[in-house]
Design a protein around this ligand. Structure first.
Ligand code: DHB
Ligand code: MG
Length: 222
């Protein structure tokens, strides 16, 4: 029971609904080769992001936290040929791996990876007038979830969808006195969501191959 069962059910879902795909499989292999920890979203979560972007008919997507580029592949595949995904990554090593993975998936022309501190890149995007984005996926350092949400709002319009990963963390989010700044970041993120009149939001706990965590979905309403 527990993790073994969750992983088996994720496999059952993925085998049926998410056909095997050379670019995605090779991206996961490249992460293993690079010795990356398993921070990527699961295949069924990646497809959820992809479908949300298609439902939104997103032409401009912002991702905060590129990591291996696995979720970027799912998001970019939802874009029309004149669409664009801007993905922000702190670590140049991750950005290089992601860039190679996106190239292998034939998506380089749709995706711009910006390397450096996301908070700086976000400020620069704002100054450039890069928004509004149709969908924003927040999946970087969790201590900065609240600041990323503020920037996501600045770079949004009514109708923008904001998704945030890792909002449950095996239930650690319940612990008001948790010493980990990442957990405190997620808690503050939830508090902002609760009182921000420009957002209407929910969150779902998820269990699966990535353990027990959660996805937050918010809609910019004004
Ligand atoms: C971690 C980060 C993630 O984005 C994730 O999905 C899982 C784990 C981490 O930093 O531990
Ligand atoms: Mg994540």
């Amino acid at each position: 029971m527990g993790q073994k069962l969750w992983t088996a059910v994720d496999r059952y879902i993925s085998e049926r609904l998410i056909p095997s795909d050379a670019a995605l499989d090779e991206t996961q292999r490249a992460s293993l080769r690079a010795g990356f920890p398993s921070f990527d979203v699961a295949p069924n979560q990646g497809k959820m992001l992809h479908l949300l972007a298609r439902i939104r008919e997103a032409k401009k997507i912002l991702e905060i936290g590129t990591f291996s580029g696995y979720s970027a592949i799912w998001l970019a595949r939802a874009l029309p040929p004149d669409g664009k995904l801007v993905s922000l990554e702190l670590d140049p090593k991750n950005a290089a791996v992601a860039s190679a993975n996106l190239a292998r998936a034939g998506l380089s022309s749709l995706v711009e990876i910006r390397t450096g501190q996301a908070l700086k890149s976000l400020s620069k995007l704002y100054d450039e007038g890069a928004g509004p984005f149709d969908l924003v996926f927040i999946d970087a350092d969790k201590r900065n979830h609240p600041a990323y949400l503020e920037w996501a709002l600045r770079l949004s319009r009514p109708g923008t969808v904001i998704v945030a990963d890792n909002v449950v963390r095996e239930g650690a989010v319940l612990d008001a006195k948790h010493p980990d700044p990442d957990i405190q970041g997620v808690r503050r993120f939830c508090e902002i969501l609760a009182k921000e009149p420009r957002l209407d939001a929910t969150a779902l706990q998820t269990v699966g191959s990535k353990g027990h965590d959660g996805f937050c979905l918010a809609l910019v309403v004004r």
